[in-house]
Design a protein around this ligand. Structure first.
Ligand SMILES: Cc1cc2nc3c(=O)[nH]c(=O)nc-3n(C[C@H](O)[C@H](O)[C@H](O)COP(=O)(O)OP(=O)(O)OC[C@H]3O[C@@H](n4cnc5c(N)ncnc54)[C@H](O)[C@@H]3O)c2cc1C
Length: 381
């Protein structure tokens, strides 16, 4: 046998899994079709939001609490800051899903939080100009994860623990052999392993055709605009946010390593494609106009000249929950597709869960039934 575990995709999830598996003593091979890190998949653009009062579903909160512990651990190991605490704001109309969902999560898990109005948010964080009657949850432990930095940190930790990682090597096919081992064929070689982890982000549906209409790549655009009052957009004065406004649902982060206030709109212009390679990667005037008009209305001191615009990909499931499970037919194959636009913050704990599923009897102490492949919402036949 060449390896204990082969991981396809060394992005956010695959890099974390490589470390978790290698530190347990497994012989690991990680295969990445582009560079490590790269700006082709879902994890580029320097930073990602991490927040605890999870409006999407309170079942994510225990996973997040463990994710924080593991972010701190990899940060210590790497000797660099990968988690920056700014506090988080989840705001919207008082009867809306975003505010009500965040409030329910905060209460259920007894998270430290304050309920503020749009006016009170502006008094405390003057960059914000949300509608005065908006209701917001302020949670002090929210912040950002340095996403590409964390991929590098995870890969270096995995390599130090003995993992072999190959960039620029594309997996073309995989199959389960009669002896139950997994054979992986790339554009350069053929490998055999006991277990296989599929963590290919927006390309998941190519490696697993059952996900063809279930894990759908979608074009997103991120904007960084130069603040006209930069002091208001520093991490110490600018909590990360998720807000529901008339124009849709938006998220944003303080100035960090790029000279601009960063934000984006969930499901930007609704441009879903069947295959990630067909996604339009250029940015056009309409992308910029749409994002700029949001900043001008709700963060006017952040709407200076454009610093950067980047295209990135979501991988959406029908219910917008992740897929983290063993393959229904081949239990030695682990499927990890944590995206729908909110997966990065979990990468550290997903790495641990993948390592659990790929080790021993494949069980995990983490509660992940709601992320299973056979949940009815996915309608996999
Ligand atoms: C614009 C944007 C903003 C976001 N904001 C947030 C946020 O604030 N907070 C948050 O928690 N989440 C956020 N997300 C979601 C989060 O970034 C994703 O959930 C996460 O990056 C997914 O990681 P991944 O490992 O699944 O995918 P990726 O990091 O893309 O990794 C998959 C890797 O697999 C490789 N690969 C694919 N096919 C093959 C093959 N055949 N052979 C070898 N390698 C292959 C790819 O090249 C890629 O490097 C955002 C996403 C986007 C696009």
């Amino acid at each position: 046998m060449d390896f204990d575990v082969i991981i396809v995709g060394i992005g956010g999830m695959g890099s974390a899994a490589a470390w978790q598996l290698a530190r347990r003593g497994h012989r690991v091979l990680g295969l990445e079709r582009f560079d490590i890190p790269n700006a082709m998949g879902s994890s580029h653009g320097v930073t990602r939001i991490i927040r605890l009062p999870y409006y999407e579903d309170p079942r994510y909160v225990p996973l997040l609490l463990r994710a924080y512990e593991l972010w701190r651990e990899i940060e210590r190991l790497a000797g660099e800051q990968l988690l920056v605490i700014t506090g988080s704001i989840d705001a919207g109309p008082g009867d809306g899903e975003l505010f009500q969902g965040a409030l329910a999560s905060a209460r259920m898990h007894r998270l430290t939080h304050e309920v503020l109005s749009g006016t009170e948010i502006s008094e405390r964080f003057p960059a914000y100009r949300l509608p005065p009657a908006h209701r917001a949850i302020f949670q002090p432990e929210g912040g950002l994860v340095v996403s590409e930095g964390a991929i590098v940190a995870h890969v270096r930790a995995a390599q130090a623990a003995g993992a072999e990682i190959h960039g620029r090597e594309r997996v073309e096919a995989w199959e389960v052999a009669t002896d139950e081992s997994v054979v992986v064929i790339t554009d350069k070689a053929r490998y055999r392993a006991r277990r296989l982890v599929l963590a290919a982000g927006p390309w998941m549906n190519e490696l697993l055709p059952a996900l063809t209409t279930i894990a759908m790549p979608e074009r997103q655009v991120l904007a960084w605009l130069q603040p006209t009052r930069p002091e208001l957009f520093e991490p110490a004065r600018f909590p990360v946010f998720n807000v529901a406004v008339d124009e849709g649902r938006y998220y944003g982060l303080p100035v960090y390593r790029v000279p601009g206030f960063k934000f984006g709109r969930y499901h930007h212009r609704g441009e879903t494609v069947a295959h990630a390679d067909d996604l339009r990667r250029e940015v056009d005037g309409e992308d910029e106009r749409l994002l700029r008009s949001f900043a001008e209305r709700y963060f006017p001191d952040g709407a200076g000249p454009t610093m950067a615009l980047r295209v990135c990909m979501f991988t959406n499931t029908p219910d917008e929950h992740f897929i983290v499970d063993r393959h229904p037919q081949y239990s030695q194959v682990i499927v990890a597709s944590p995206c729908s636009g909110h997966g990065y913050k979990f990468a550290s704990v997903i790495g641990e869960i993948i390592a659990d599923l790929a080790s021993g009897n494949g069980s995990t102490r983490h509660e992940i039934d709601f992320l299973s492949l056979d949940r009815p919402e996915l309608k996999i036949r």
